[in-house]
Write a protein that binds this ligand. Sequence first.
Ligand code: AMP
Length: 325
Amino acid sequence: MSDVNRKAGPTFPVAAGRRSSYLPRPMSVLIVGSTALDSIKTPKAENPRLLGGSASHAAVAASFFSPVKLVGVVGQDFPRRYLQLYKRHRIDLEGLQILPGKTFHWSGEYEANMNNRRTLLTELGVFETFTPTLPESHRNAGFVLLANIAPSLQEHVLNQVRRPKFVAADTMDLWLNIALPDLLKLIKRLDAFVLNDSEAHQLTNEENVFAALKKLHKLGPKYVIVKKGSHGSVLSGPRGIFLCPAYPLDKVVDPTGAGDSFVGGLMGYLAAAKGPLESNLRRAMLYGSVVASFCCEGFGLQCTTKLKRAQIERRVRELEMAARF
Ligand code: AMP
């Protein structure tokens, strides 16, 4: 996989007018992950069967910046209004399989601090036998996000992409516990590995995040991003460490999918950006952080789906100001 120090990308005519007008062709992001129905309980409210899943959160977040191709599976019980929601975000659904059976259903409950979460239920449904097969139109994807799903499925998707420019993967503690050899095999092939701080400690036996980052690079990826929830995130790359703040929120309604929104927003921004990769990646983290903050302000995708690009830009400026002296 090559670095993405892209010069002006390919161009395409945008309108057959009097003056020929050309714009850079927007790079799309291919996203595979879970497409789920989430039942979420917080101390204040309970919301059953919301649109959720790592790929749903990541795809909507990325859609504010780049075209998105979603790869996943849902059952025949998947509400039509959720398909409409994807479509409103112009998410390409050619890679979304609708199979006989039930949609993946996950249920979780938050403690009063809105940080500690307990999984109440995981019903795999059609995910149990899911084998993602990429449509031909998806195989030339430049930017690939392997959102949280079994690492063997993440690799199966990666095997079908021809020459990706940049591949990132997210994961969760479950795969560290039950599919570590698959995950280690996948990590070797990534440009960027994204995980949260407790997973970084679990994988490296290092309590110190910077010591953990050093060990994580040894597993293969040039870039490693550790998510630290409301404490922001840390990127480690050839230029060194970049500390990205979380947007300061004084009220969290539901943090489900914040990590997926972060990595989705990051990849969407990166795919659209021109210039040196690592600078873009640092900026992309600010955008990911901001989209994740909106995700936390509503249940499921309720807040994220109402977002306008201008609101994202406003918070990115605020975040920049918060880190300036
Ligand atoms: P996060 O809050 O970033 O950890 O992501 C929560 C999302 O992960 C929810 O929308 C769930 O549907 C999804 N999820 C939960 N368990 C799994 C799993 N085993 N595999 C894939 N996605 C999952």
